[in-house]
Design a protein around this ligand. Structure first.
Ligand SMILES: [Zn+2]
Length: 167
């Protein structure tokens, strides 16, 4: 099931095909997705105010995720950095080969770039079709308990789920 957002359209066809293969199973296996895209992921000791980083290396691209943040947060950060890989490779190059995201997902790239990365990340960790299927189990009633269950099901924070549901 294709996602039709603006960010989604920016993916290269070959990358989009890889990503789509991983969106049918929830929680989305982000580590396996990164590997399939040829991106190395390292869980690292980064400074406290840094959530993640993506760098161009001689071999390709490498993502570092701050090991000191919660598991759900690490998942979203990985999706955010993968989004930069998927649609912002030119920006990474332009900024000298490294993008470092602080805890607010600000990196020195433009706000627009960070907005796109957050939107695409949300679509990857909370895929539209899977979300729709979960919604249908609960009917129209959106409750606090439902948000909790959905967040747990997708392996994201409650805040991330609330933002996704409002989108
Ligand atoms: Zn970013």
């Amino acid at each position: 099931m294709a996602t039709s957002s603006k960010e989604w359209q920016k993916l290269r066809t070959e990358d989009r095909e890889v990503v789509e293969r991983y969106l049918n199973e929830v929680p989305v296996k982000l580590g396996a997705l990164a590997a399939a895209l040829g991106v190395d992921v390292k869980i690292s000791s980064l400074p406290l105010n840094i959530s993640g980083q993506i760098s161009k290396t001689p071999a390709g691209y490498e993502i570092k995720i701050n090991r000191h943040e919660s598991r759900q947060r690490q998942r979203f950060t990985l999706a955010h950095e993968l989004a930069h890989f998927l649609i912002h490779r030119d920006t990474i190059d332009r900024l000298g080969g490294t993008l470092t995201d602080n805890v607010l997902y600000r990196s020195g790239a433009s706000e627009q770039i960070e907005f796109e990365a957050n939107r695409l990340a949300a679509q990857i960790v909370m895929p539209e079709e899977a979300l729709r299927q979960e919604y249908s189990k609960y009917g129209d009633q959106i409750s606090e308990a439902m948000v909790d269950l959905l967040a747990e099901h997708f392996g994201v924070s409650k805040a991330a789920m609330e933002i996704r549901m409002a989108a």
